[in-house]
Design a protein around this ligand. Structure first.
Ligand SMILES: [Zn+2]
Length: 221
């Protein structure tokens, strides 16, 4: 597994590089598909109770929303399937993927040397913040929000499928970027905009068509 994204000095650049490397050009992003490409298995807690019990025997808690684990050289991401929205589950998995990709070194080795995993409670808040930032930036790239002229948490939620709490944060951040016109200062961001350009055009056209249809809808007459 390539952890080289952690080499980028900031999470923002790492997230642009990730979007480019994986040729992600549409929102909302499909984290299940990305993990498949990376050969990372995603399991809900219910799917592998024996692993959860091994971890439990070691006195670790598994009441977190999710965690990642290296088992016999294969990465797994576990998430608690408590029937929350797809957006929430997507975010939890992407947060764990961020820990893997950014090479956060807080993995713990088990007695038999087989299990290594990251656990939220053992990680410092800076790494948690970084994983959240990476996930937010992947799910809602600032340049795509700008091109679509999105502002409110509701708009961001709808297009990016970000959980509300993060969409709210993103809306605040994007407002600052709009005010300071802080876009396209880096070549990586320009590349991301180009990559998303067909998606942006398509969405804008759809929105236009929808509003025209609404306008000519027979119910109105
Ligand atoms: Zn975490």
């Amino acid at each position: 597994m390539n952890n080289s994204y952690g080499l980028y000095r900031n999470v923002r650049n790492a997230s642009w590089k990730f979007l480019i490397d994986f040729n992600i050009c549409e929102l909302p992003i499909d984290v299940f598909k990305i993990c498949e490409q990376l050969n990372i298995q995603i399991k809900s807690y219910e799917e592998l109770p024996e692993i959860i019990s091994i971890i439990g025997q070691q006195g670790r808690t598994v009441d977190e929303e999710g965690f990642c684990m290296l088992f016999d050289k294969n990465w797994f991401i576990f998430y608690k399937n408590d029937y929350r929205s797809y957006a929430n589950i997507n975010f939890v998995i992407l947060h764990e993927l961020a820990h893997i990709l950014l090479g956060h070194k807080t993995r713990i080795e088990s007695n038999n040397g087989k299990i290594l995993y990251t656990n939220k409670k053992n990680m410092n808040s800076q790494l948690e913040k970084e994983a959240d930032m990476f996930a937010i930036r992947i799910m809602s790239p600032a340049c795509v929000l700008k091109e679509l002229n999105l502002h409110t948490p509701e708009e961001i939620m709808e297009v990016c499928r970000l959980p509300y709490i993060y969409a709210e944060k993103r809306a605040q951040r994007i407002e600052e970027l709009y005010k300071r016109n802080m876009f396209y200062k880096q070549p990586l961001e320009i590349k991301v905009r180009e990559q998303f350009s067909p998606f942006v055009s398509r969405l804008k056209t759809n929105w236009q068509t929808e509003s025209i249809q609404e306008f000519i809808s027979p119910e109105k007459f």
